[in-house]
Design a protein around this ligand. Sequence first.
Ligand SMILES: Cc1cc2nc3c(=O)[nH]c(=O)nc-3n(C[C@H](O)[C@H](O)[C@H](O)COP(=O)(O)O)c2cc1C
Length: 206
Amino acid sequence: MIFDPKEISFSDTHKIMIGSIVPRPIAFVSTISKDGKNNVAPFSYFNGVCSNPPTIMFAPARRAWDGKRKDTLNNIIDNNEFVINLVSESFAEKMVACSTDFDSEVDEFKISGLSPKESSKVKPPRVGESKISFECELNQIIEIGNGDPGSGFIVIGTIVLFHIDDEIYDNGKILLEKFEPLGRLAGNLYTRPNDNIEIIRKIKPK
Ligand SMILES: Cc1cc2nc3c(=O)[nH]c(=O)nc-3n(C[C@H](O)[C@H](O)[C@H](O)COP(=O)(O)O)c2cc1C
């Protein structure tokens, strides 16, 4: 089967994208508004970019029904700072509770019962329940598309501080079984990285 995105609907294209690009890591992004309101929301169009300087990207789309920018992006445009909190299974339901497009006045920490914890180098709080958080400063925002609903933005950030729970860190390694990260699949499905295979690179460069 072949599909030309110019000939199918945006929602069918979206389904192909989120069903194909799996599993996706989840950035649970905390920000603060101009008037000091906390905000936290999940984004699974998320990845690392490079490690020197440590750089990440995530992509907040325009809202599907009215094309407006999401609160997370507005807060980053206003303040240039955010925290990427990684998601463990222990607070997955609370993370999902933060994914409703609430009014910008709503503090999702309060809705979900998650605990805001003061950051060290940036103003937005981190998520206390998160076993790994990255304090980030904005590098740049790239707009993609023509501003229609579902078009979006790439937010690129530089990590200025890593927080890693002592329990999940051993001699330079993150302990996956203690971290218990969740991956996003399509729809309401999530996955655990607990069925792993090791593949050793046999061909070495000359
Ligand atoms: C696991 C998960 C992943 C999500 N990933 C994205 C994403 O990559 N991009 C996006 O625009 N919205 C994504 N959403 C939806 C946003 O979380 C949702 O629109 C949220 O209300 C935005 O909040 P804000 O307006 O406070 O920024 C995701 C939702 C869930 C539950």
